[in-house]
Design a binder for this molecule. Structure first.
Ligand code: THU
Length: 133
């Protein structure tokens, strides 16, 4: 997947976003462990808390298509600034990530800022805690 192809998918996802309340469109594209891509956009709701972030819908698409691990997730919004994933999305991403999973945030000029999930979400709560490890 080349950078222009990823940008094309992100821009398409932003176009698909359903954001009539915030007017803040977000697109996300995951590359999974098999190199498959999965896109998502934010989908808002008149009952505001029922809305869904772009990262969350991309994760759902990955799961239904058989992807297991996020290698890369690219995020771009209608803002000129690079948009970081919200706290809830960091947690959702963490469920399907490993220590190498990377989060790439694009600004309006497609400049990329990259961090690992581990950097964005240290001290993760994960399944290990439920198993008493
Ligand atoms: N949003 C995302 O899609 N991802 C984030 O990580 C931050 C926020 C969406 C949710 C809502 O539809 C809009 O942006 C404004 O918060």
């Amino acid at each position: 997947m080349t950078k222009p192809e990823i940008i094309q998918q992100l821009d398409r996802a932003i176009t698909c976003a359903y954001a009539p309340y915030s007017q803040f469109q977000v697109g996300a594209v995951i590359i999974d462990e098999q190199g498959q891509t999965h896109a998502g956009c934010n989908v808002e709701n008149a009952a505001y808390p029922s809305g869904c972030c772009a990262e969350q819908s991309a994760v759902s698409n990955m799961v239904i298509n058989g992807g297991k691990t996020i290698q890369h997730i690219y995020i771009k919004s209608s803002s000129e600034h690079a948009c970081p994933p919200c706290g809830n999305c960091r947690q959702i991403i963490s469920e399907f990530s490993d220590d190498n999973s990377q989060i790439h945030m694009l600004d309006g000029n497609n400049q990329i800022t990259s961090l690992t999930l581990k950097e964005m979400l240290p001290s993760q709560f994960n399944a290990d805690w439920l198993e008493g490890k």
